[in-house]
Design a protein around this ligand. Structure first.
Ligand code: GDP
Ligand code: IMO
Ligand code: MG
Length: 437
């Protein structure tokens, strides 16, 4: 039976999506990225070896798996080629496995410069972006003036388009932000060099997906970032510039939503956030520092320390609805090992009332105070466990409580960074075969 499975981050990113995608890719024909860009950092740990992927889908280390980058992704050719080279050096046949949509808007040097200039100008109000040029690249896409991968096939047209765009970017950079301009000739040269490398990989992604569907092949759609960073549904303006929620899997690939069979929401057993913006369950005490240290919470892309806090069921309830989640994968359960007590935020207190969904006005998200349910922790470690029945009773109760709060089954539990440290209760590609319950 073929299945289309979407993997979505349900918090502020870094939930462990990459590791789960790598795991599930064993049963998939293809893995597709549909939004974001190299702001993502997805970590895979296989036989103790760590690989961080930024743009290339997390199925790339599985032989026989086709990896697609859909039109919803903003593409830095420089970052892509660097990542391809890094994988090729390790012996991964990346050129054979990877295909790119010609409709991807390109991230240019000037987008990166604008991202930095804007953050600098915002000062204390800065978003804390990854500085990869993501926001400015999406702005140009929506303004219908982007340079897309397809434009590289027509050098003369490319020169014209790029000249017009750099006119605008350089005006902003120099006159508005007092920053250095970007040279048209140098940018053209850079793009030509990268294009020579990636040209053979350009393919009709919707058509490939249509053929896979007719051949009854299973496809995995890999989300980047998380639901609370969604441009429309997240904690605006402290968000990224794409639709990180499930709708992006359709618009960002060219496949309609109807063939999606399963949407797996990835959620940490606690919460983290990189960059600025509201975070109701954030901890500023020793517990917060404990989670950061045990969970090794440093950004995979920028190396910045991640802010840490307790599990937030209110935010997850909203993400469950906006993503039509059919199952959850709870990751990093092992990080909570050895605590006397663990907490789940079940409501937000705002204006003397208790809310069980986020506030009407996202501007007020920062004023929400968490209402916690405290649960006993567990002494016996969950680290590395592969069967649900082997988990300490308190850990099982914690997971059951999450299921009750959001009314979504916990299908997968991750108990360590390695590929093997996982409990699969219901496999998204084979949901009828229950195990480990
Ligand atoms: P992604 O962006 O959602 O793919 O997540 P990241 O790779 O940015 O961050 C997740 C981090 O947690 C990585 O360092 C993973 O190796 C690690 N990780 C993933 N799952 C687990 C787990 O179950 N336990 C522990 N201890 N670490 C995990
Ligand atoms: P993965 O896929 C965590 C955050 C940035 C910043 C905001 C906007 O690894 O989960 P951007 O550069 O996108 O304009 O930054 O979004 N952010 C992420 N946080 N994980 C990510 O990706 C992120 N990608 C962007 O820190 O707050
Ligand atoms: Mg990450």
């Amino acid at each position: 039976m073929s299945r289309n499975v979407v993997v979505i981050g349900t918090q502020w990113g870094d939930e462990g999506k990459g590791a789960i995608v790598d795991l599930l890719a064993e049963r998939a024909h293809a893995v597709v990225r549909f939004q974001g860009g190299h702001n993502a950092g997805h970590t895979l740990v296989i036989d103790g070896e760590r690989t961080v992927l930024h743009l290339i889908p997390s199925g790339i280390l599985r032989s026989g798996v086709v990896c697609l980058i859909g039109n919803g992704v903003v593409l830095s050719l420089e970052a892509l080629v660097e990542e391809m080279d890094r994988l090729a050096e390790k012996g991964v046949p990346v050129d054979d496995r990877l295909r790119l949509s010609p409709a991807c808007p390109l991230i240019l040097s000037s987008h990166k410069a604008l991202d930095h200039a804007r953050e600098r100008a915002l000062g204390s109000e800065a978003i804390g972006t990854t500085g990869r040029g993501i926001g400015p690249a999406y702005e140009d896409k929506v303004a219908r003036r982007a340079v897309r991968l397809a434009d590289l096939f027509e050098p003369e047209q490319l020169r014209e388009r790029l000249a017009d765009l750099l006119d605008l970017h350089n005006f902003l950079l120099q006159r508005y932000y007092s920053a250095e301009p970007v040279s048209l000739e140098e940018e053209l040269q850079r793009l030509a060099g990268f294009f020579a490398r990636v040209k053979p990989l350009i393919a009709d992604v919707p058509e490939l997906l249509r053929k896979m569907q007719s051949a009854e092949r299973s496809v995995l759609f890999e989300g980047a970032q998380g639901a609370l960073l969604d441009i429309d549904l997240g904690t605006y303006p402290f968000v990224t510039s794409s639709n990180t929620t499930v709708g992006g899997a359709a618009t960002g690939t060219g496949m309609g939503p109807a063939p999606i069979d399963c949407v797996l929401g990835i959620v940490k057993a606690y919460t983290t956030r990189v960059g600025a913006g509201p975070f109701p369950t954030e901890l500023f005490d020793d517990m917060g520092r404990h989670l950061a240290q045990v969970g090794a919470e440093f950004g995979s892309t920028t190396g910045r320390p991640r802010r840490c806090g307790w599990f937030d069921a209110v935010a997850l309830r909203r993400a469950a609805f906006t993503n039509s989640l059919t199952g959850l994968s709870v990751t990093k359960l092992d990080v909570l090992d050895g605590l006397d007590e663990v907490k789940i935020c079940t409501g937000y207190r705002l204006d003397g009332e208790i809310l069980d969904t986020p506030p009407l006005l996202m501007d007020r998200y920062g004023e929400c105070e968490p209402v916690y349910e405290c649960m006993p922790g567990w002494r016996e470690p969950t680290s590395g466990k592969t069967a649900f029945s082997d988990l300490p009773r308190e850990a099982r109760d914690f997971l059951r409580r999450i299921e009750e709060e959001v009314e979504i089954p916990v299908d997968i539990v991750s108990t360590g960074p390695g590929r093997e440290a996982v409990i699969i209760r219901r496999h998204p590609f084979d949901p009828d075969q229950d195990s480990n319950t």
